[in-house]
Design a protein around this ligand. Structure first.
Ligand code: DX5
Ligand code: ZN
Length: 228
């Protein structure tokens, strides 16, 4: 089985004035990667940061941490090169934001980044499927994108299960309302890349929360491999 359990804290709910040290803290607490939420105030009704911030962050945290850029922007084509130059490792764009996913996937690869493809709750998994063999990761949103701290949408789990059954070695990420109370559903459905914002950042003991999330997912992966 090609995929493994990976936990990526979303730093959206951290103290943004201390982003560098917050990222370092998350890596020291056992994070496998960092999920960075880029919002343009247009694709979603909220505004965060862009590539200049990512460039500073890369300088501050060093080359090691893997940056998964969650691009909640209306024109994802526009930011591929600047994000690659700033030090992003993976460019996760929304299917709803582009009319030409194929050429965007190609551009992202040519820029040296991995490709993530995200779908909002209202988008069906069948719309993502034609691209699944060309991407590194599928992101199934478990809230409407835009804000941290929202309620997990359990009714998104059939999308994850279907993707896992169709694409057994694809990295599948879930994002939104995921924490110790909801991780079992995600793990059972077949997600292996877990974004968690408020549940990790807001915890007094992020190390334990990250470890717990990873254990639940790793156990589900192991069970699935035994069942095959
Ligand atoms: C929401 C973002 C998420 C968010 C997750 O649009 O994409 O990454 O920060 O935060 P929680 O885990 O608090 O829902
Ligand atoms: Zn996100």
């Amino acid at each position: 089985m090609a995929y493994s359990a990976k936990i990526g804290p979303s730093i959206l709910s951290s103290d943004l004035s201390c982003l560098g040290s917050e990222c370092v803290r998350m890596m020291e607490c056992g994070a496998d990667y960092l999920h960075l939420d880029v919002m343009d105030g247009h694709f979603v009704p909220n505004l965060t940061f862009g590539h200049p911030m990512v460039e500073c962050l890369r300088k501050s945290v060093g080359q090691d941490p893997f940056f998964d850029m969650h691009m909640m922007v209306s024109r994802p084509e526009q930011w591929v090169k600047p994000m690659a130059a700033a030090g992003a490792n993976q460019y996760t764009f929304h299917l709803e934001a582009t009319t030409n996913p194929g050429s965007l996937i190609k551009d992202i690869r040519e820029s040296g980044m991995k490709v993530g493809l995200a779908i909002k709750p209202g988008t069906t998994v069948e719309e993502l499927a034609p691209w699944a063999n060309q991407i590194d990761m599928a992101l199934v949103m478990t809230v409407e994108p835009g804000f941290g701290g929202q309620k997990f949408m359990e009714d998104m789990m059939p999308k994850v299960s279907w993707l896992r059954s169709q694409f057994p070695s694809l990295d599948i990420e879930v994002d939104g309302g995921v924490g110790p109370d909801t991780i079992h559903k995600c793990a059972e459905a077949g997600a292996n890349m877990i974004v968690s914002g408020s549940a990790v950042i807001g915890s007094d003991d992020p190390r334990s929360v990250i470890a717990l999330l990873r254990t639940v997912v790793a156990e589900a992966i192991q069970k699935r491999s035994l069942d095959r």
